[in-house]
Design a protein around this ligand. Structure first.
Ligand code: SF4
Length: 221
């Protein structure tokens, strides 16, 4: 069973089950297509009155832990030099180093995020750069799963400028997957424009899955 909550104020929600597109809907029921996007999915087993425990976990704990109580995110993207990508492509046994073009570009994105956060703080706002250094310092990076509590990719998808491909990377029309991301969380009142979240545009393409030497991609996004 799936429950979708639309808003907290009006407590509107739907309860249903997932069905294939070919499913013939009985009278009195309807289908609702969930738009592509980034969703938080929580699984709960228990009695209805125990649901409060879940809400308490989601709102004060998980949600605040994700955005650290800061409502806005600034995304920084830096394209990686295409010549470096060609070198990697031409070297099937290429080993990533801490000094190569990728590492330097990633480091650069983190430094810009650090400087931006620093400037916002000096202007009197709260701001947090999600550079590697900060994530390690605040213990919000899981080295086992290589994930942070609020990944740059999640913020990038929410910005509406790209999508996650079958290679699990963030893809934009201009640069494909060849970019490094950085983010700053802040309460500075920056003006925002809302863009629709993009669905994957991989379609029937499976190039990355087919060329992956370790066969770690499953062709799903
Ligand atoms: S499936 Fe094709 S379009 Fe999608 S990420 Fe892989 S190579 Fe790119």
């Amino acid at each position: 069973m799936v429950t979708i909550y639309f808003d907290k104020q009006l407590s509107r929600f739907m309860v249903g089950i997932t069905v294939p597109t070919s499913f013939s809907v009985p009278n009195g029921f309807f289908t609702y297509e969930i738009e592509a996007g980034e969703y938080a999915v929580f699984q709960f087993k228990g009695l209805y009155h125990e649901l409060n425990r879940v809400y308490r976990y989601i709102y004060p704990d998980w949600y605040t832990r994700q955005n650290r109580g800061l409502p806005y995110a600034i995304l920084i993207g830096i394209a990686i030099n295409p010549q470096f990508i060609k070198t990697v492509y031409d070297s099937p046994h290429y080993v990533h180093t801490l000094n190569d073009e990728y590492a330097q570009t990633e480091n650069h994105a983190g430094l810009i995020a650090d400087k931006l956060a620093d400037r916002l703080v000096r202007k009197g706002y709260k701001a947090l750069s999600q550079s590697d250094n900060t994530l390690i310092t605040e213990n919000t990076f899981d080295f086992t799963t290589k994930t942070s509590v609020l990944p740059h990719k999640t913020i990038a998808v929410l910005s509406g400028i790209g999508y996650i491909g079958k290679n699990n990377l963030f893809i934009t029309t201009e640069y494909g997957a060849v970019q490094c991301l950085g983010t700053v969380l802040t309460n500075a009142p920056i003006s925002i424009m809302k863009y629709k979240i993009k669905s994957s545009q991989c379609g029937n393409c499976n190039i990355c899955k087919d060329v992956c030497p370790q066969k770690v991609l499953n062709g799903v996004c």
